[in-house]
Design a protein around this ligand. Structure first.
Ligand SMILES: NC(=O)c1ccc[n+]([C@@H]2O[C@H](COP(=O)([O-])OP(=O)(O)OC[C@H]3O[C@@H](n4cnc5c(N)ncnc54)[C@H](O)[C@@H]3O)[C@@H](O)[C@H]2O)c1
Length: 305
């Protein structure tokens, strides 16, 4: 199967690409390396089944040269990470809304099955767990730039649903904070990368707020395993399929898409203490999304960051 992975040099994308190459697919990665890294896919460079284009998904003409020959598209390219969203909200919205519009439009034009990466951030401040796919969304003010990420992913989902109504085979996957090798401290789930880096250096671990805030975490193997289309059903399924998944805490239970179970940040620090078998000091810091014109982030967020 010929597969296009936008954002394939990113954290999740590169692990997905590894899995696709392993199952025998020919993979084209389309990535502008804005947050992705060539190191993530360096081990694949030179393989006949691996191709890499360093460009933006906003370059519609270039994308259109490749999409007709694809069997399946994974659309993961996005402006990700609170810092990026706050640094340049306009560019982030443009990538996440216009970029997805371009990719979906071409998938529709050439009738290609597509898997869209959405986010647990869709749920916003909702604190009622477990989440359901059709739960209401609870968002903050438009004066707080971070909510534009949730909004942009929601628009992406609406776009995808609109194309699904026209019969295009589309799946939406809502990832919950993924962690594992290649995780970038500046990106999603960065709290895990930061904790580990600080713990290994013997630095105090920074806990924003009171540590009672919660998150759901997914190990990268489960993130990839829970991605629809990864098992080669490309083109066969019609309609829409939402998936929420997280790491199943029961050993041996394998790929099991259960309701997310939140973990308190303060407890994560305690676990780290146990794992490292040495003193890990925590220190309190102001909320992570402060700054001018910003209000503090929600405390109880069972979803993503
Ligand atoms: N990591 C998580 O826990 C998580 C949670 C929820 C949703 N997601 C979604 O999963 C996807 C992958 O996230 P990730 O954590 O791997 O982040 P990432 O930053 O590592 O990956 C995003 C990739 O998209 C690329 N990109 C950004 N703008 C682009 C553009 N205009 N053209 C081409 N490529 C572009 C980046 O260079 C990067 O390689 C994203 O859509 C993200 O919103 C991730």
């Amino acid at each position: 199967m010929r597969v296009l992975v936008t954002g394939g040099a990113g954290y999740i994308g590169s692990h997905l690409v590894d899995a696709l190459i392993k199952r025998g697919d020919e993979v084209l990665v389309f990535d502008n390396l804005s947050t992705g890294r060539i190191e993530n896919v360096r081990h694949l460079l030179g393989l006949p089944a691996f191709h890499f284009i360093n460009d933006s998904i906003l370059n519609e003409a270039l994308l259109e040269r490749f999409i007709p020959s694809m069997d399946l598209i994974f659309h993961l390219a996005a402006a990700v990470g609170v810092r990026n969203i706050l640094h340049d909200p306009l560019a982030a919205i443009n990538t996440n809304v216009r970029g997805t519009e371009v990719v979906l439009g071409l998938a529709f034009k050439y009738w290609k099955r597509l898997v869209l990466a959405s986010s647990s951030e869709i749920y916003g401040k909702a604190s009622h767990v477990p989440f359901r796919e059709d739960d209401d969304r609870v968002l903050g003010s438009t004066g707080v730039a971070r909510w534009s990420y949730s909004m942009s992913k929601a628009i992406d989902e609406h776009f995808a649903l609109a194309y699904a109504v026209k019969g295009l085979p589309i799946s939406i996957v809502r990832y919950f904070n993924s962690y594992g090798p290649r995780l970038d401290e500046r990106g999603y789930g960065s709290v895990v990368a930061n904790f580990i880096r600080q713990a290994l250096r013997g630095d105090p671990i920074t806990v924003h707020g009171d540590g009672k805030q919660t998150r759901c975490f997914t190990y990268i193997e489960d993130t990839v395993a829970g991605t629809p289309g990864r098992r080669g059903e490309g083109g066969r399924r019609r309609g829409l399929q939402h998936r929420q998944h997280q790491r199943n805490e029961h050993p041996g239970a394998g790929e099991d898409h259960q309701a997310p179970r939140p973990v308190q940040i303060a407890r994560a620090v305690q676990s780290l203490r146990g794992l490292l078998r040495r003193g890990v000091r925590g220190h309190a810091a102001p909320s992570a999304v402060g700054g001018q014109g910003q209000t503090p982030p929600r405390l109880h967020s069972p979803g993503g960051s």
